[in-house]
Design a protein around this ligand. Sequence first.
Ligand code: NCD
Ligand code: ZN
Length: 344
Amino acid sequence: MNQMQITQPDDWHVHLRDGDMLNHVAPYTAKQFARAIVMPNLQPPVTTVKQAVEYVDRIVNAVGDSQFEPLMTLYLTDDTSAEEIILAEKSCFVKAVKLYPAGATTNSSAGVTDIRKCDDALAAMQEAGLPLLVHGEVTDPDIDVFDREKAFIDQVLMPLMNRFPRLKIVFEHITTADAVDFVLNTGLTIGATITPQHLLLNRNAMFKGGMRPHNYCLPVLKREQHRQALLHAATSGNRKFFLGTDSAPHSKDKKENSCGCAGIFSAHAAIEMYATAFEEQNALDKLEAFASFNGPDFYGLSRNTETITLERTPWQIPDSYPLAGGDTLIPMMSGETINWKLIK
Ligand code: NCD
Ligand code: ZN
């Protein structure tokens, strides 16, 4: 197969940032995807519908005359009220609420300290049918960083599901066989996104010939056996799994640092990287459902009607992209050759 046409995909988890960074990165997402679920972990975080409206304006401005539709999220805090959830549902453009356990990742310090403090908001979400998107890692420093997703399933997710059995939950950027099994063994209220880096890389990629900060993200890359489980899940055709890049740009300076930021920028070639992973499994025929159908079906939104075309044309990913003020952005697969190209 040298050309492939699929329904235009959506990105169900992306960081578009703000200010200059937003203006630089949003066009990459808008070129590939019809819609994207935009993460709210700005500084300050997007905790209210009013802030989300203002952020939408800045995103629309950043993508120029593109038809791209940003789908917004609110950042859940210990103080999020049921009233704010009702406002969000009525707004029609806020599509979900994001749970960051406080301290789990970039800009999560305002996140949730104890999920039980959010019961009013969660009850309102369950009633409104507004999904909860979870960063599924515990923050306990005594728990090994590679085990934090599994611990989150046992300590937070299972009790949460039992307390709110009708709450829709997306287990974001899953990284382990444990998460795959959990999603497979729960009801249709639970979906999961999978990133290109967790499909293409295992944890060796962080240490190949030296420290590789540009392959550091959270949840951190895992062992090969987990990557294999994710590949199987993504390409299985199971409708609970869908595309979410977690493209998370940080400038080169912030990555190559004595305390480097977590996050991998993948928006420049996201669908091409997913195609590469699906081809590794001989499952290109399953790409369209994962990238373009399962996400809108889970969220109860219509599927896109436009199509995109991918061609087998090797091209070299740039070493870096320029940012304002002389900064640069190092993309995933920087300088490497990729076999698929989005041509329209
Ligand atoms: C994200 C970021 O930089 O905002 N980083 C990451 O490694 N994925 C935050 C997140 O999604 O955890
Ligand atoms: Zn993220």
